[in-house]
Design a protein around this ligand. Sequence first.
Ligand code: SF4
Ligand code: SF4
Length: 165
Amino acid sequence: MDEVLGNLPKLAKEKHAENKKFFAKLKKKPPKDLDYVMQELHEEEFQRTDCLTCANCCKTTGPLFTTADVERIAKHLRLKPQKFIDTYLRVDEENDYVLQSVPCTFLDAENYCMIYDVRPKACREFPHTDRKKFQQISNLTLKNVAICPAAFNIVEEMKRRVKLK
Ligand code: SF4
Ligand code: SF4
């Protein structure tokens, strides 16, 4: 997996122009069965991918935290929400709460999430490849393929399977 992750930014860069063009077309006229196809591609890829050998999202990016995330995780850690924010979070350029530093503090040495059951919504949904109306998150996906090998493979397979006019 280390080699895959090492090569991923370069591979994603090589595919960037092609992906951008594909997503621009997809946005203009998404196929009617896109949600169904994405669900299928996502499930197929994650049957092959073991996130515990990777954790690159937790190591390099980290999620944004909604108010509901903060309240749920703070309660789990028996902290006041403000104490949780002061200890672990900062406000980013887009005014969202994000981690103060990466790798995420809650990632353990074996790549397990120490707050798995109460983890942020963004962590549960990453890399968002089974999201409905997938064409609406093209810009985010263009970035995620450089971080997440599963997202990269899903987009490659998507370009093969989804025929756009
Ligand atoms: S979601 Fe993607 S980046 Fe995160 S651990 Fe799984 S394969 Fe790796
Ligand atoms: S909260 Fe858990 S799943 Fe989310 S980035 Fe941290 S370790 Fe990864």
